[in-house]
Design a protein around this ligand. Structure first.
Ligand code: MN
Length: 565
């Protein structure tokens, strides 16, 4: 509670504390503690992550609507819209429950984000979950299991995705003994001796490393030894036949340096004195992990020929690794006006700007994006996007992926046969850049072959490989029959026959598309007239544009097309 005292009495954080304290008065946690302690713990976490006063106040109030007689209207009246919005977001999150079906986990994580609408809500939720996990021993075995599972499958990965590696690891470690009690016991017993031994060794190596660096004019800000977390150690052991001897990073040495050049220089020095193990070097500075993590990792035969891992990074990288997106949020608090925001943007590198623009896009789907944007920046979908299939499955794709990438990810036949795509029920061009949360449907046609032009915009190598293979096969066939020039044939069902033809020919003229033939299908059984249009073969984007334009003509019910080539 000491931290609370730094806020003056008229501050919103103090007011929130008084309000929450009164609202939860006389109520106890399962541990027997006053309920307000839970609210204080959550608020302290978000405060430590550098979040703003509104977030800290909302953390204090996060269970008021859910657990007491106060309503969101009461909160809004006392604390205003912003805090009420945050508290309401948390109340909504209470309704999300994870059934334990792993196939659904990604959907749930997305749902948490979508329900939150503002990442500050997610931060409070994570702080809430952290304290619930810390006090989990007081609950029934059944609830322990459910909450630990949800933490491990939903919230720890979410924290990881947000770049909050430390929190993610803490949540995993807290869940581990509940989810795997026997393994935990075994691990604890098995590791303890080895761990102590390696810790001692790491401590003895530290001054040697420091001396060598200093001899080369490199002054580390800090060198620490860091024990591998139980949960991640256990996961790694599963991949290495439970052989502790194969785990080289049980205790790793972490070197914090003033700048990137020093990081590479330090790496060179370490490799000069101690040979690296093959395939144990990772340059996450040049190629950051998808969640933004940056560091150099190398494993060497160190002093006494003992295998030792080094992690080398700058202070900034270190802070980011601990706090993730929250670190960027903390920076953003210095700016409140648009102008300050712009100048803040100016000093950041382009990669960070990319996050901002991505967030801008992503946030468009949610309420009040403006306010959110001006106070927060995220790299949540920095490298990956998540789109949804008509069967409600989540497909993970690289940023910039198109419907064609999506189609090939589902199945090579769907990719090859793709003739069009709908995003959120609207037809889009095949080079459309998909965004997280898009619902994507692929229209296919049997026997259709991919177009060479797709290679210009597809993002995944999976799609590229399939297209190239299919094209090679197609060219072989093409060489055999070259009688008819290639063309595309559209089949259009329309309500208003004559008016439509006029609009259509006008449109084709406008788009400078050469008509080969245009006639009405002779099908007396068809309930509506069907127009058959044959024209010169079009590049996919032009064809897509034509399709969209035709769709906009009054009375058009359906369009399909096929290629003759
Ligand atoms: Mn709570």
């Amino acid at each position: 509670m000491d931290w609370l005292q730094k806020y003056p009495p008229e501050n919103i954080v103090q007011k929130a504390y008084i309000f929450a304290n009164k609202a939860h008065e006389g109520i106890e946690r399962a541990s027997g503690e006053p309920y307000i302690n839970h609210c204080l713990a959550a608020a302290k976490s978000v405060m430590k992550w550098g979040l703003d006063d509104a977030t800290i106040a909302a953390a204090l109030l996060h269970d008021v609507v859910e657990d007491t007689n106060y309503t969101i209207a009461n909160i809004e009246k006392e604390f205003g819209q912003e805090i009420a919005f945050l508290v309401n977001g948390l109340t909504k999150l209470e309704k999300i429950e994870y059934s334990g079906d792993k196939a659904q986990a990604e959907n749930i994580r997305k749902t948490v984000l979508a329900f939150s609408e503002d990442l500050r809500v997610v931060f409070i939720k994570l702080a809430d979950r952290l304290h619930n996990m810390q006090t989990l021993s007081f609950l029934s075995a059944e609830r322990q299991n459910r909450i630990a599972l949800e933490t491990s499958e939903i919230y720890a990965p979410l924290a990881y995705r947000l770049g909050m590696q430390k929190l993610s690891g803490e949540l995993e470690d807290l869940s581990f003994p509940y989810l795997h009690p026997k393994e935990y016991e075994w691990l604890f017993a098995a590791v303890e001796d080895q761990f102590n031994e390696r810790q001692k060794y790491a401590e003895s190596v530290k001054p040697i490393v420091e001396k060598k660096l200093k001899e080369h004019n490199i002054s580390p800000i800090a060198i620490d030894s860091r024990a591998k977390r139980h949960s991640s150690l256990y996961k790694k052991l599963l991949r290495y036949e439970m052989d502790l001897g194969k785990i080289y990073d049980l205790v790793a040495l972490r070197i914090i340096l003033p700048n990137v050049a020093d990081c590479y220089a330090a790496l060179g020095i370490i490799h000069k004195f101690w040979p690296p193990l093959p395939n144990q070097f990772d340059d996450y500075i040049a190629r950051p992990k998808p969640n933004g993590y940056r560091s150099l990792h190398t494993t060497v035969f160190c002093v006494d020929n003992k295998i030792t891992e080094f992690q080398i990074r700058t202070q900034d990288m270190h802070e980011e690794a601990e706090l993730g997106i929250a670190a960027h949020f903390a920076y953003s608090q210095i700016k409140h006006s648009r102008k300050e925001y712009e100048s803040w943007k100016g000093v950041k590198n382009r990669k960070e700007l990319l996050w901002v623009s991505q967030l801008r896009e992503w946030q468009k789907n949610f309420t009040d994006p403006q306010k959110f944007l001006e106070s927060l920046k995220v790299d949540f979908f920095k490298d990956r996007i998540f789109v949804i299939t008509p069967k409600n499955e989540v497909i993970d794709l690289p940023l910039g992926a198109t419907p064609i990438d999506f189609a090939y990810r589902i199945h090579s036949e769907i990719g090859d046969g793709c003739i069009g795509a709908k995003v959120n029920h609207k037809i889009v061009s095949l080079n459309y850049e998909l965004r997280s949360g898009d619902l994507v449907e692929i229209m296919t046609q049997k026997g259709k072959k991919p177009s060479e032009s797709w290679l210009e915009f597809v993002k995944t190598s999976l799609a590229q490989d399939h297209i190239k293979t299919a094209l090679r096969a197609k060219h072989k066939i093409l060489r055999k029959k070259t009688e008819e020039p290639p063309s595309v044939e559209l089949k259009i069902t329309t309500q208003d026959h004559s008016g439509f033809l006029k609009d259509l020919t006008q449109l084709l003229h406008q788009l400078k598309i050469n008509i080969i033939s245009l006639h009405t299908a002779n099908n007396p059984k068809a309930p509506l007239p069907i127009i058959l249009l044959k024209c010169d073969l079009l590049e996919q984007p032009r064809l897509e544009k034509l399709m969209v334009k035709i769709k906009q003509i009054n009375g058009v019910k359906e369009i399909s097309y096929k290629f003759n080539r």
